[in-house]
Design a protein around this ligand. Structure first.
Ligand code: ADP
Ligand code: MG
Length: 720
């Protein structure tokens, strides 16, 4: 008998070799396998008959092979297959598909799925349908007759699950394996969700849900199946979201229960906050500061997210919060995801805060050892009041004398899991009370996503840009028109402005990509400096420069000594040079939307009109085109984020792995918004128990399950 925790290797038909293939797909246990859901279903109970097909519909057709062959056109080989039922015929075409040549024999039964179209001769055709040869079982090892029959019965006369194939493992291989797994699942499958919660949502039992999600009843609504809205789907999706929310909710409660620092907001502190302001704060900045200040005055530790589009002015708010802590006699740590951003903050902190008499240090990984030691000493002795650094700051167990506030900037670069770790570290460095934590992000996160990623935080939103900004004018321009673009850059510079030329990160392979990007930036830097702008100062900034060099380049750009800065995506976050009014992004079509938006956020920071030019050469993919259009049409980070989420899907939205965002097996936070809200609500209900509806035992069981899952999925992060 199989248990959910049994390794897949012990499932019949999976040996050590296939177990490895599955492991690479994240399928390590029986439980993983059972949560490998079909991405669609075929109605092979009522397949469409060929005679009644209509052009324009998506259809599943079961029919017999009549003939097939390859014919070559001037441009490519095309494989044509004709299937039939009685006198009706249907043509199927595959382009560039010489590999299909010997695949089909007349008389074979096929299940075909695709979009029906009218062909030129008044008949019907399907271009590149998905196809399965029914009753052919030769793909993985041999099978005896009885097995073939059993397998065949899984393929016709019912609603059939279609799994995404992986390498040589076909949808029907998964069908057989998962079916066998279900049949051999041990009798003991307790439901960790408390009865009251099950009742609130009328949830199916785990076993029933698992069976029916793979093998729906004949009467199941096809629309519900395709949209993952059957009772079985809902049970499994809710289940996954519920235990994530339960963890976040618990974390939130525990944080609230800890002793924090009740900062005093005296008139002297208020005056100090006002004094540093180089401009009038926006109404949004005032409101947000008030929310933060209120939190800071409470005896429980602050856990707040400050969300604001690029350029909305988060930095000054963070500085104001820092002053509250410093004036109360505490130290502040300001952490940035990159060294350049840390330097940038250090630079502005010195301009704004040092002038007011505060003591500031910079601590980054690449500081030379002796200097690092000095800086650490200043921090440990409490001389340094504001410590600006990369997250090495926390990882290296820097000793603070009395840390009162931690500000984490550009949170989206860290992700929820790293953040939980960072907070844990910051906990350790506190002697008695917990420091307050403010995390800031420029990624406008749709509400549902925020619920999952930041479920343990309170949220403040900066929804207003400082006055006098004009929206950045964005154009998408093919490479051939580069000379015009360079002319335009020249004009902007003679008008006293500055420019960025950016080479984006091409996402596939980080290592070689970085090299390629670097090479492109270096080459282009030379060309721009020597050939295109020989009379201007063209600087180069990339991740491989050491800290001093980076600082030097940034300072020169800030001071206007460098007029054109050629850069890789290292400038993506935080860099703030209001005089820069033009940004040329090369190969813009290869960037993600969020990244383009972040990059564009570097300009349009002053009163002068700014321009973003998205260059692209060669063929632009359809999706690339949509991204460019979105950028041209919108300056609104929220709109762009929604679209990005749609285009890329939640998993890739932030790059799950780097960002440490929980990845989902069955849930999709765009599609399942409502279930996510329900999960959050129910999690809060459970944590607030016990009561008449829910017993202590049930709560304990749910919490145990939650801890086990968090430990399993999110590694080192401990919750509760
Ligand atoms: P972000 O939210 O992207 O971190 P910054 O804090 O870097 O934005 O602010 C962007 C720019 O706007 C900076 O040059 C900053 O000095 C300026 N700024 C911020 N708040 C105001 C304000 N209320 N009035 C005028 N300029 C402001
Ligand atoms: Mg910023």
């Amino acid at each position: 008998m199989l248990e959910p925790s049994t390794p897949v290797q012990y499932v019949k038909g999976i040996g050590p070799r296939l177990a490895e293939v599955l492991a690479a797909k994240g399928l390590a246990t029986v439980d993983d396998l059972l949560h490998y859901l079909p991405f669609r279903y075929e109605d092979r109970l009522n397949p469409r008959s060929v005679a009644e097909l209509r052009a324009g519909e998506m259809a599943t057709v079961i029919a017999e092979v009549r003939n097939s062959g390859l014919f070559r056109t001037r441009r490519m080989p095309i494989f044509q297959l004709t299937v039939g039922q009685g006198r009706s015929k249907l043509k199927c075409l595959w382009f560039n598909a010489a590999y299909l040549q010997d695949r089909f024999q007349p008389g074979q039964m096929l299940a075909l799925y695709g979009k029906v179209e009218a062909d030129r001769d008044g008949g019907l055709q399907i271009i590149q349908p998905q196809v399965e040869i029914l009753g052919d079982i030769n793909e993985e090892g041999g099978a005896d007759e009885a097995e073939k029959k059993a397998a065949a019965s899984l393929e016709i006369g019912r609603i059939v699950p279609i799994y995404e194939s992986t390498g040589k493992l076909t949808p029907r291989w998964f069908r057989r394996i998962i079916r066998w797994t279900l049949e051999n699942l041990g009798p003991d499958l307790p439901d960790p969700i408390p009865a009251a919660v099950r009742a609130h949502l009328s949830l199916a039992s785990p076993r029933e849900a698992l069976w029916k999600v793979h093998w729906p009843d004949a009467g199941e609504s096809f629309a519900d199946l395709q949209s993952s809205r059957t009772a079985a789907h809902i049970r499994l999706i809710f289940d996954e979201l519920f235990f994530i929310e339960l963890g976040l909710e618990l974390k939130r409660r525990e944080q609230k229960a800890q002793t924090g620092i009740a900062f005093q907001l005296t008139d002297a502190v208020r005056a100090a906050i006002k004094k540093i302001l180089p401009f009038h704060p926006t109404a949004a900045q005032k409101r947000v500061l008030k929310e933060i200040a209120t939190d800071m005055q409470l005896p429980s530790p602050m856990r707040r997210l400050l969300q604001g589009d690029v350029g909305s002015g988060k930095t000054i708010v963070a500085f104001q919060a820092a002053i509250i802590a410093i004036e109360n006699g505490y130290q502040v740590a300001l952490m940035a995801p990159t060294e350049i951003l840390a330097q940038q903050h250090y630079f502005s902190a010195r301009q704004i805060l040092e002038r007011a008499g505060y003591r500031i240090v910079l601590l980054t990984g690449s500081l030379e050892a002796g200097r690092k030691r000095d800086v650490r000493r200043h921090i440990a002795q409490g001389n340094a009041q504001l410590v600006v650094g990369t997250h090495a700051l926390i990882q290296d167990r820097v000793e603070f004398e009395n840390l009162g506030l931690v500000v984490v900037d550009e949170q989206h670069r860290f992700g929820v899991l790293q953040r939980l770790k960072l907070m844990k570290k910051s906990d350790e460095s506190a002697k008695t009370a917990e420091p307050d934590v403010l995390v800031m992000t420029a990624t406008p996160i749709p509400r549902t996503l925020a619920l999952t990623l930041y479920g343990d935080l309170d949220v403040s939103v900066l929804d207003e840009l400082p006055p006098g900004r004009t929206p950045v004018v964005t154009r998408s321009v093919p490479d051939e028109r580069a000379p015009e673009v360079w002319d335009f850059v020249r004009k902007q510079i003679s008008a006293g402005h500055q420019a960025y030329v950016v080479y984006p990160l091409i996402e596939e392979n980080p290592k070689t990509t970085e090299e390629r990007e670097l090479k492109a930036a270096q080459q282009m830097h030379r060309q721009l400096r020597e050939k295109i702008f020989p009379n201007l100062h063209v600087g180069l900034l990339h991740g491989r420069l050491d800290a001093d060099e980076k600082e030097h380049v940034m300072r020169e750009f800030q001071q206007g000594k460098i007029e054109i800065l050629v850069a890789t995506t290292v400038i993506e976050v935080g860099v703030d040079v209001p005089n820069a009014t033009i940004m040329v992004i090369e190969h813009a079509d290869r960037f993600g939307l969020a990244q383009l938006h972040q990059l564009r956020g570097r300009i349009g920071r002053g009163a002068a009109k700014s321009y973003c030019v998205l260059m692209h050469g060669g063929k632009v993919s359809e999706e690339g085109e949509r991204r460019l259009n979105a950028m041209v049409q919108s300056n609104d980070g929220f709109q762009i984020a929604e679209l990005d989420l749609e285009l890329r899907g939640p998993g890739e939205f932030f790059g799950t792995k780097q960002a440490g965002i929980p990845s989902f097996r069955v849930a999709n936070i765009i599609r399942d918004r409502q279930l996510l809200e329900a999960a959050k609500r129910e999690a809060a209900f459970v944590i607030s128990g016990p009561n008449a509806e829910i017993s202590n035992d049930e709560i304990d069981r749910a919490l145990r399950e939650m801890r086990a899952r968090w430990a399993l999925s999110y590694g080192l992060v401990e919750v509760g």
